[in-house]
Design a protein around this ligand. Structure first.
Ligand code: GLU
Length: 312
């Protein structure tokens, strides 16, 4: 691993240069508009943060501006559900790439209501069902879990985004009802969706997200608190599914060009895990046709290339 990663000043300069570079790129893509509240975000923002397993946080640009983490939240839900039900979870959600858009319905019908993986919407809705049936107050449990991971008590769901998703959530409702018809949803569909929208609407900054996920780079142990967040085996497994399925239908290309376990959200963020080093978070709201942020993709790709971070 390059020496620069161990020197915060040099890393800070590199992150700043990547943010500057990204801000000068031609305007490409568009903000997510199928959730109207996300379309209201200023698209000309870009942030980049790195949290290392030795406790440093280095960042540049809009790395302290909160944004809607959307699908990145699926990682938090998954960890909570794995910790609650263990390997039982994998009877209801598989761990294969889907090769379909994140909100696709067709595959679910062919495959009898068992989603391909926990990072497509159908899979995250099953995970939400597990949380809704195993926690008496799953929304509160999620928020406390994320606050504890981020070391920050001021993390909240964005109520406007939550309402906007709820009002425009027909496709997610279709997925949930279809899975209910295959007996893969136990709770009331409306309750499961309500939790799912709440989870997606969490608002966090690049820095907070990087710190909160740094246990994935550290075999399941949170580097700040020393607390075990999940087992070493589960941290490896989550990283494996992130590698094959975290970047929507562009996961293969991302593995090919960047080579890191990663997750993207339609709020414009991408998190990437560098095992035994730390977590990178890049954010910029305009998305490409796969739903991945154009500029976040640029920043992470160039950071990984310059520092030779690929795990392959
Ligand atoms: N809340 C979004 C949805 O359910 C999440 C999508 C994403 O970020 O991939 O469509």
């Amino acid at each position: 691993m390059e020496g620069i990663l161990k020197q915060p000043q040099n890393l800070a300069k590199l992150l700043q240069s990547l943010v500057d570079e990204a801000s000068k790129l031609p305007v490409e893509g568009d903000v997510a508009n199928y959730i109207p509240a996300l379309a209201a975000v200023n698209p000309d923002q870009q942030g980049l943060a790195v949290a290392t397993i030795d406790g440093q946080v280095v960042s540049a640009g809009d790395a302290t501006v909160p944004f809607s983490i959307q699908s990145v939240s699926k990682i938090f839900g998954l960890v909570m559900a794995m910790n609650r039900v263990g390997d039982q979870l994998w009877k209801r959600v598989h761990m294969e790439p889907s090769g379909q858009p994140f909100n696709s319905i067709v595959q679910l019908e062919w495959e009898h209501g068992i989603p391909r993986n926990p990072f497509i919407n159908a899979g995250a809705i099953v995970v939400s069902d597990i949380l809704a049936t195993h926690y008496s107050a799953c929304k509160t449990a999620l928020v406390s879990f994320v606050r504890q991971l981020a070391g920050c008590e001021t993390i909240y769901p964005d109520h406007e985004v939550y309402l906007s998703e709820k009002l425009h959530g027909n496709r997610n409702a279709a997925l949930a009802y279809l899975m209910k018809s295959f007996n893969n949803i136990e709770a009331e569909v409306q309750d499961v969706l309500d939790y799912y929208f709440h989870q997606c609407s969490l608002s966090m900054t690049c820095e907070q997200l990087a710190v909160s996920l740094s246990f994935l780079a550290n075999r399941g142990v949170h580097p700040h608190s020393g607390q075990s967040i999940c087992t070493r085996r589960d941290a490896h497994r989550i990283n494996a599914i992130l590698s094959t399925s975290g970047m929507y239908d562009q996961s293969g290309e991302f593995a090919f060009t960047v080579g890191l376990p990663a997750k993207s959200g339609v709020g414009g963020s991408i998190i990437a895990v560098v095992p035994n080093y730390g977590v990178i978070v890049a954010w910029s709201p305009r998305l490409n046709s796969f739903g991945n942020s154009c500029r976040a993709m640029h920043m992470i790709t160039h950071l990984a290339e310059r520092l030779g971070l690929s795990v392959y």
